[in-house]
Design a protein. Structure first.
Length: 679
């Protein structure tokens, strides 16, 4: 049972008790005056939540209106000593007056409700107060920094808002092909798992069934992840100490976050660096076996699987990494993503892993042709740092939007004033926005934007005509070739991928028509303005991650020399290190003692909630909630301690200590027992 259902049940019980108490008082203080009996007695105590509604205007006057009953019960309590008793002949008129005043939420009504709401808990009172202040237009909970947000920032946040529903590829598959596509996807893992069991190799090594402790932790949040929906065959383990913290809340409403590693996670990170230095893939797979949700190891083993042409395993490991990020995000992260106000600092290595995981996952989404999902992930990459765009996702954004049947997204991005000033308009967006206007049935805008793009980048128009086999090539752009390596990079990044988007009768005729509209011969020009303001490392990072050898040959050798790690490609020079990976590891004996102390604390906690009574068939979630309430605990605390127990047990297992449950205790309670494997 959810917490909301529990509050509702508790509220109904309290209302019933209050109703019985009022009925008893009325019987004891029955009035002597017979005229007072004209006023009708309330048949039932109405819920105080009735004041939140405004649908009572269409009810008949003679019906028992819950809002009227609530107001009659509350009115004598507001000022009991000073208010005269109500006259019986005007009781119906007072009902009408109360009905008209309730939605207005004047201060007196607020005071009456506040004084009479003692039977509700704090959450219910807060809901009533919040609704009344909104109805009365006196809401003081508005963001005090809202007025400080500039119009440019509002525009950019609206364009970069992320819809979490579009982050799940299953939703796009369902929209395109119906529920049959999801049923087919659900049926695929079983035969693939049988094939893995026969073939062995990397896929079998990272399978969830081989992970330690995979059967001891119930999957509580597989389907509640904002990024990736978990799978039942994945290992049952915690994130290992990954969390998200709020770094700064800026005056314009922007909230900066960062991923953080606790002490245990830092030790695993040190083990990962040792595995990288050993250059032994088997050792890396073994590390993942004991730490199934360690981000760096997941990304590295995913690349190993990709090199072995096991794309299914590589994609699944990326999904597991993003699933881990989704389990660790801050409670306000999703709401700020939805408004385009969530930021992460690329200078922090913990955050850069999130960028890398998203980039590689976008690659797997494009292979599956789930373009709309890939577009939403690209938005997420942009919203984290739109000013810098360290992965130059803007060079790929238009492709994803046009193929995802969302041309308006290209138009909105190009017309964002703040981004225009920071980036200008890169060549790919300059050409693609014309194609987007054409698909939106805006021919005049399509011609004007395409004309500006050809005038500024004629060499890109000439290359596009060549890729489309247009013969003869229009004279104004004929013979125009890239004059620098940067221009050649832009041509090779755009034209091979975009030629099929332009390879339609309407798009090709538009391109030829606008090219012929120039009367003068166009000059090739110099490097575009935006290249002078974009860091060379960011463009190189985009090219390296694109894995195109022809493009990498055009990069400066000084930049390529900095590329030394697949797990952290081209880190910025001003990187912020949260902790030192080269620091010596803590004393094992001290760590062992701390783990045993933590285990003892967890044993006492589980004993306090009498968990031994909850083990077995037929136990429901309500039984667990009741047991936790009786022990003064909550469901969230139980989940945290369960995850903590899994982490402590895994650490002890690494040190050769096996933690088991002893359910045969003579006193009938569950004990945690530590046994040495050597014994």
């Amino acid at each position: 049972m959810s917490s909301r259902a529990l509050r509702r049940a508790q509220r109904e019980l309290e209302e019933k008790q209050l109703q019985q108490k009022l009925a008893q008082e009325e019987r004891e203080d029955e009035p002597e005056d017979s005229e007072e009996e004209v006023a009708p007695k309330p048949k039932a105590k109405a819920s105080l939540f009735a004041v939140l509604g405004h649908d009572d205007h269409d009810q008949d006057e003679d019906e028992d209106d819950p809002l009227e009953q609530a107001h009659i019960d509350l009115e004598p309590r507001a000022d009991f000593d000073n208010a005269p008793p109500p006259k019986p002949k005007k009781s119906k008129k007072k009902k009408k007056k109360a009905k008209s005043k309730a939605p207005a939420a004047d201060p007196e009504t607020n005071k009456k409700i506040e004084n009479s709401a003692s039977g509700l808990d704090e959450i219910d009172q807060a809901l009533i107060a919040l609704n009344l202040t909104r109805n009365g237009q006196t809401d003081t909970s508005a963001d005090p920094h809202q007025a400080a947000i500039s119009e440019e920032m509002k525009q950019m946040c609206a364009v970069l808002s992320v819809d979490s529903q579009h982050l799940h590829a299953a939703n796009e598959m369902k929209k395109l092909f119906g529920r049959a596509a999801l049923q087919t996807t659900d049926d695929q893992p079983q035969p693939r798992q049988r094939g893995r069991g026969q073939q062995g190799g990397l896929a079998a090594a990272v399978a969830g069934r081989n992970a330690p402790g995979s059967r001891n932790l119930a999957s509580l949040s597989l389907r509640r992840n904002i990024f990736i929906q978990g799978k039942e065959e994945w290992p049952r383990a915690t994130s290992g100490g990954l969390a998200m913290e709020v770094v700064e809340k800026r005056p314009d409403g922007i909230v900066e976050y960062r991923f953080a590693h606790n002490r245990i996670y830092q030790e695993v990170q040190q083990q990962f660096q040792v595995c990288v230095g050993s250059m032994d893939p088997e050792r890396m797979v073994q590390l993942l076996h004991f730490n199934p949700y360690h981000i760096s190891t997941l990304l590295q083993v995913s690349e190993i699987a990709k090199q072995q042409h096991d794309n299914a395993t590589a994609s699944e490991l990326l999904e597991r990494a993003l699933f881990t990020f989704g389990r660790s995000v801050h409670s306000t992260f999703l709401s700020n993503l939805a408004t385009g106000k969530a930021r992460l600092d690329f200078r922090r290595p913990e955050n850069r892993e999130f960028w890398l995981a998203i980039w590689r996952y976008i690659g797997t989404l494009t292979v599956r042709a789930t373009w709309r999902t890939a577009l939403e992930w690209a938005k997420l990459m942009l919203v984290m740092d739109p000013e810098q765009d360290p992965y130059c996702i803007r060079l790929l954004f238009d492709q994803l939007a046009l193929r995802g049947r969302d041309p308006q997204a290209v138009v909105d991005l190009v017309e964002t004033d703040l981004l225009q000033r920071l980036w200008k308009v890169p060549p790919n967006l300059a050409f693609s926005v014309a194609l987007a206007h054409d698909r939106l049935k805006q021919p005049q805008k399509a011609r004007s934007t395409l004309r500006n793009a050809i005038k500024e980048y004629p060499w890109l128009a000439a290359r596009l005509c060549k890729e489309l086999d247009i013969s003869p090539i229009p004279k104004p752009v004929w013979g125009k070739e890239p004059s620098t390596d940067y221009q050649e990079i832009l041509c090779q990044l755009y034209t091979p991928k975009a030629k099929d988007l332009w390879n339609t009768a309407e798009a090709t005729s538009l391109l030829v028509e606008v090219c012929y509209s120039f009367e003068e011969d166009l000059s090739a020009g110099n490097d575009p303005y935006w290249l002078a303001h974009i860091p060379e490392t960011d463009l190189a990072r985009h090219i390296i991650l694109s894995d195109d050898r022809n493009l990498m040959a055009l990069l400066d050798t000084r930049v390529k020399a900095k590329y030394t790690s697949v797990s952290d490609p081209l880190p910025p020079d001003n990187s912020i290190q949260s902790y030192d990976l080269s620091a010596p590891r803590p004393n094992p004996s001290s760590t062992h003692t701390q783990l045993l102390a933590s285990l003892e604390q967890l044993r006492e906690y589980f004993h306090s909630i009498q968990i031994e009574n909850l083990i077995g068939a037929g136990v429901t979630e309500q039984d667990l909630v009741d047991a936790l309430e009786a022990a003064g605990s909550t469901l969230d605390e139980f989940r945290r301690n369960t995850e903590r127990f899994q982490t402590v047990r895994a650490r002890l297992q690494e040190e050769g200590v096996q933690v088991v449950f002893d359910q045969d205790n003579a006193r009938g309670r569950q004990e945690l027992e530590v046994e040495s494997e050597s014994e």
